[in-house]
Every structure is written in structure tokens, then in C-alpha cells.
Write a protein of this length. Structure first.
Ligand SMILES: *Cc1c(COP(=O)(O)O)cnc(C)c1O
Length: 395
């Protein structure tokens, strides 16, 4: 468990932390949950109060008791000193990058980054005069060879989106630290329960809370958590950019957080079971899941993570489009759609050749990203098994 400000206390287990963090029942008449505070205006009782601005809450965009509860909980889980909330995971990434990068800077982004992060760099950062180099996520300490005098930050994502290569965060962070370069980690896959990037040397940990923290596919939310060095930059970026989450969304994220540990446990075990089943199928070329012992990222995952989520990919052997359509279109339990981290299972096809620039992707067949939900493994396998029968029949 990460240390927080009251490190004199015995560290609690993550299962316990997610239940109790950010809750102050006796400040709310004993009610268990922090209520939804809706609001823009906050009243100051006196002229003196408005001049000094010393009261805890001053304006809805800055903070409410609801957002404060979630920020405190996430900051503690990440082992950081400051969390700012944003309206989405992508807004968390843009807010975090804009907290540090300025015109004339150079930044490094992994080639397997979440695609909209790439679009943000290619469209918005470029326009602002920030240059991006995409790097091979397996670069390790050799990241130093890509540093320039004006390199301001390195983004890492572990494992990377869609193809799940596992970067060596401590090696990248150590190289960056030696040159005073900020390290920002997109930690959405693992959540702060299974990986704590700040303890691996990153300065900032970013979560698309939309995924596992919200956990029910019913809200958008992002969080950015910084260490002591990064905190004031994040605060300043949040203030000046004006990003803030909605009150209902914040409540839903707090509610999701309470069951995060128990849900993740199930996503992990079911995900591994189905990944192993897929790896044994004749229609599958390979499975990309760092928790599988044969995976190229397994050793790093074991060293740096305490668990795996339910998101991974499988690359099929060559199959014509109509076979793939027969497989996907007839699935009864797996939905096809973006995002993940909810209670339901999902599958989506993807093609890394369409956007990669620093690395080569080898098929040989279509690639599928799976999110394993909370359904029974046997039912999910039955659904996929029928899908493979349709795939074969449609050839
Ligand atoms: C989904 C996702 C995001 C963006 O989150 P949104 O809330 O959808 O904006 C960022 N990073 C990763 C790795 C994601 O999977």
C-alpha cells in the first residue's frame, strides 16, 4: 500500500482502502456516502471571508465536497500528494501534458499509446509548437538516446493500448530523472490497485476512471495524480484550463470505487482463464496478455504489478472478413463497442498497422481486443466457442 500523509498508521489492504477512503459520514448526518453537491456559487459570509478566500470551498469548478472526496481517495491510492479530476480520461491526459509542455518543447510518446492521446499530440500539441517523437514501447533505458536538450516529458502506458506491450517504467523513469524530464504514466489498465506508477519513478499517474473506477459504463471521468514535485503544475493546469467533472459523475465514480477491489479480482481471474482458453484454440495465432507466463511482458508485469485487469487481445490466424463478421455478429454475451471496465464483456477488432509509426506490427490475421466482464467464465467461453464454429462455417 502507498504511504499517505498519516504514514504512522498501519498500512491497510487495498480492499479496505477503497471502502473507507474519502468518506466522512459524521460530517453528513451519519449518512454513509458523500452526497452529490451540485453547485457553482459558494457563498462567503463576510467581506473579510471573500477577501481572504480562506474558506475550504469557493467555487463549484474548483472543488465541492463530492469532488474532494474522490480526489482524496485517488491521491491516497496512487501514493500521490495531489489529484485533480477531469471530465474524461482523455481530458486527464491533455490536462497532464499541458501542465508541463510549452511551445518549443519536445515530448516522447509510446507507439502503442491510447489512440486519442496520439491525435491530441498530432493535432493540438503540434499546433501549439510542441513536437512529438513516438518511441518503441520496449525501448527501456535506451529511451535516453531519444532525449534532446528540449525534451520536457515522457509518456508511458503500461501495458500499451490494444497490443499490450509492457514498458520498463523504472528504467524509463530513471533515464528521464537523470535529465530532469517529467514522466507521466497512463495507468488505466492496472488502476492504482494493481500498479502504482509514482512508486516506480513516474511523477504523474493518469487514470481514465471511466473504465474500472466508474466500473458500470455509466459515466465519464479522469484523474491526474502527482507527486510533490508535480502537484503545483497539475493544480495550475486544472485552474487555468477550467476542466472539472460533473457532480453526478463524481458520485458514480465514488460509488464504483467502493467495489473496485472485488470487481478487479473477478476481471483478473476470468480474464486469465479466457485468455488461456483462447491461446489453446486452433483459430488463434497468439494472445497478448502480460499475466500469461509466455507473454514477452510477463517478467516486467510480475516485477511491477500486483495484478492484471480483464483487458487483453488475441490475434487470429488469417480469416476473411465474412468469417470474422460471422464470429462477431452472432455473439450473444460479448457486446461490440468502445470503452471497457464495466461489468459486461466486450470485443472490438483493431488494426495497429493503421496508425503505428515507430514499430512494425505483424498480423498474421485479424486482431481482437477483449474485455472480460463479470459473467460466468463458462458462459463466455460457450459464446466464443459458438463464434469459432460460425467463423469456420463461413469460410
Ligand atoms: C479509455 C482510455 C482513455 C480515455 O478515457 P476516456 O474517459 O474514454 O476519455 C485513456 N487511456 C486509456 C489507456 C484508455 O483506455
Amino acid at each position: 500500500m502507498a504511504k499517505n500523509d498519516d504514514s504512522s498508521e498501519r498500512p491497510e489492504h487495498p480492499e479496505t482502502e477503497v471502502v473507507h477512503l474519502g468518506r466522512k459520514p459524521f460530517e453528513q448526518h451519519g449518512f454513509v456516502n458523500t452526497p452529490v453537491y451540485r453547485g457553482s456559487t459558494v457563498l462567503f459570509p463576510t467581506l473579510d471571508a471573500i477577501k481572504k478566500r480562506t474558506q475550504e470551498f469557493t467555487y463549484g469548478r474548483r472543488a465541492t465536497p463530492t469532488t474532494q472526496a474522490l480526489e482524496e481517495a485517488i491521491a491516497h491510492l496512487e501514493g500521490g500528494v495531489k489529484t485533480v479530476l477531469t471530465s474524461s480520461g482523455l481530458a486527464a491526459i491533455s490536462t497532464a501534458v499541458l501542465a508541463f509542455a510549452e511551445s518549443g518543447d519536445h515530448i516522447l510518446i509510446p507507439d502503442n499509446v491510447y489512440q486519442p492521446s496520439r491525435t491530441f499530440a498530432d493535432k493540438m500539441l503540434k499546433k501549439l509548437g510542441v513536437e512529438t517523437t513516438y518511441y518503441d514501447p520496449l525501448v527501456g533505458a535506451d529511451i535516453a538516446k531519444l532525449f534532446r536538450p528540449n525534451t520536457k516529458l515522457v509518456l508511458v502506458e503500461a501495458p500499451g493500448s490494444q497490443t499490450f506491450e509492457m514498458p520498463d517504467i523504472p528504467a524509463i523513469a530513471a533515464a528521464a530523472k537523470a535529465k530532469n524530464i517529467w514522466v507521466l504514466a497512463d495507468n488505466t489498465w492496472a488502476t492504482p490497485l494493481f500498479c502504482k506508477p509514482l512508486s516506480l519513478g513516474a511523477d504523474v499517474s493518469i487514470e481514465a476512471a471511466t473504465k474500472y473506477i466508474v466500473g458500470h459504463a455509466d459515466a465519464m471521468m479522469g484523474s491526474v495524480t502527482g507527486n510533490a514535485r508535480a502537484a503545483k503544475f497539475l493544480d495550475n493546469a486544472k485552474e487555468t484550463l477550467g476542466t472539472c467533472p460533473g457532480s453526478e459523475e463524481t458520485y458514480l465514480a465514488l460509488r464504483g470505487l467502493r467495489t473496485l477491489a472485488v470487481r478487479l479480482d473477478r476481471h483478473q481471474s476470468s480474464g486469465i482463464a479466457i485468455a488461456e482458453w483462447l491461446a489453446g484454440r486452433p483459430e488463434v495465432d497468439r494472445v497478448l496478455h502480460p499475466a500469461l507466463p509466455g507473454d514477452s511482458g510477463h517478467a516486467l508485469w510480475k516485477r511491477d504489478f500486483t495484478g492484471a485487469s480483464g483487458l487483453f487481445a488475441a490475434v487470429l490466424k488469417p480469416a476473411p472478413e465474412k468469417s470474422l463478421a460471422a464470429f462477431l455478429d452472432g455473439l450473444k454475451l460479448f457486446g461490440m463497442g468502445y470503452s471497457w471496465g464495466g461489468y459486461e464483456s466486450l470485443v472490438i477488432p483493431f488494426d495497429p498497422t493503421s496508425y503505428r509509426t515507430a514499430t512494425r506490427w505483424h498480423g498474421p490475421g485479424p486482431a481482437l481486443r477483449f474485455h472480460i466482464g463479470l459473467e460466468a467464465v463458462e458462459d463466455l467461453i460457450h459464446d466464443l466457442d459458438e463464434g469459432f464454429a460460425r467463423l469456420k462455417a463461413a469460410r
